[in-house]
Design a protein. Structure first.
Length: 176
């Protein structure tokens, strides 16, 4: 049985693929075999000698003392790109919200009062303020073409945007 201490309220249902007869996951495990975290900062915190591996549910490892753990022979893993689609969707949503003045329009609609005729008149008088613009043909710069940047760039291309990307560590796999 492997005992895994979890941090950051990682939903146990997202780890259902781990067989329960081999893995016990909980935040209160005193002498874990492994640690699984998301954004919890492990620097300056004692890592039990029983720990054989540390995994991060996300990209990057800046919240984990990699050098100190490496000296102990403890490997550190991360999951770059695991949430890339979700971040891409939020980024594209932000583009839509900004280009179409959706938040301002929603705020305006919440202030409306009156019967159908009054509402229709208010909307007709004010709707041009919220017209916004189409994203097709607009330029988008993407800095970093890793898992997330690549998804954002491709989605923007599908929307008809002109995409300019920069990544000092561009690989052949991410160049397409």
């Amino acid at each position: 049985m492997f005992n895994v201490r979890t941090y950051d309220n990682i939903p146990i249902e997202s780890l259902n693929w781990l067989p329960t007869e081999r893995f016990r996951l909980a935040p209160e495990i005193p002498n874990p075999d492994a640690i699984l975290l998301r954004s919890h900062d492990l620097h300056g915190e004692p890592v039990p000698e029983t720990v054989l591996a540390v995994g991060r549910a996300g990209s990057g490892v800046n919240n984990i003392p990699v050098e100190a753990l490496s000296r102990r022979g403890v490997p550190v893993f991360n999951a770059p790109g695991a949430n890339a689609n979700a971040v891409k969707e939020l980024t594209i949503a932000a583009l839509f919200l900004a280009s179409r003045n959706i938040i301002a329009a929603a705020d305006f609609v919440r202030t409306l009062e009156g019967d159908d005729a009054v509402l229709q008149k208010q909307i007709e008088e004010e709707k041009k303020k919220f017209a916004g613009f189409e994203l097709a043909g607009k330029k988008l710069g993407v800095v970093g073409l890793g898992a997330i940047g690549l998804h954002v760039a491709n989605a923007a291309l599908e929307l008809g945007m002109h995409v300019y990307g920069f990544d000092p560590a561009l690989t052949v796999d991410h160049a397409c």
